[in-house]
Design a binder for this molecule. Structure first.
Ligand SMILES: [Zn+2]
Length: 162
């Protein structure tokens, strides 16, 4: 309060995935004299935090892209998203039944085809280029496997063992 700003941090969870978002709101005025300012600032900061978190899921990007071609939608990653859609398993209710079906990606080590779930799991390793480092679950290099967020790994293993 002495600095007259509010910072909100939220975490949203969708299935095994969580995302953080933050928002900041500055109070133009004296909150001691005008307590309403606090409530407004908190509301704004929280709203901004949710938008920030949801944006990391790229929600709505595909729908908005056709209207923003001159703007942010011009980038190649988004053009790719428009043509191919989100990866399998990300949409609501997709996956459980199909996730252990075989994909057309071969493990570099054992040459077996990955399941869709294994392919998706590779996609969850931060900064991994899964087009070049293709491994089935058994053969994912240990240092890469350690980078997987715990809930993602747990979810994968639960499905795998069920
Ligand atoms: Zn393998």
């Amino acid at each position: 309060m002495p600095h007259r700003y509010v910072k909100a941090i939220v975490q949203i969870r969708s299935g095994p995935y969580t995302r953080d978002g933050y928002g900041v709101s500055i109070m133009n005025g004296d909150p001691a004299a005008e307590p309403k300012l606090i409530r407004t600032a908190v509301d704004q900061a929280v709203n901004e935090a949710f938008i920030d978190a949801i944006d990391t899921y790229e929600m709505g990007w595909k729908d908005l892209a056709p209207y923003k071609l001159e703007d942010w939608a011009g980038n190649p990653a988004l053009a790719h998203l428009q043509q191919s859609g989100p990866p399998a398993g990300v949409e609501d209710g997709a996956a459980p039944i199909q996730s252990f079906a075989v994909s057309n990606h071969k493990c570099l080590k054992c040459k077996e085809n990955l399941t869709n779930a294994e392919w998706e799991l590779l996609g969850r390793i931060p900064n991994l280029n899964r087009e070049s480092l293709v491994y089935c679950f058994e053969h994912i290099l240990a240092h890469l496997k350690r980078k997987l967020p715990e809930p993602v790994l747990t979810d994968f293993e639960e499905k795998r063992n069920s």
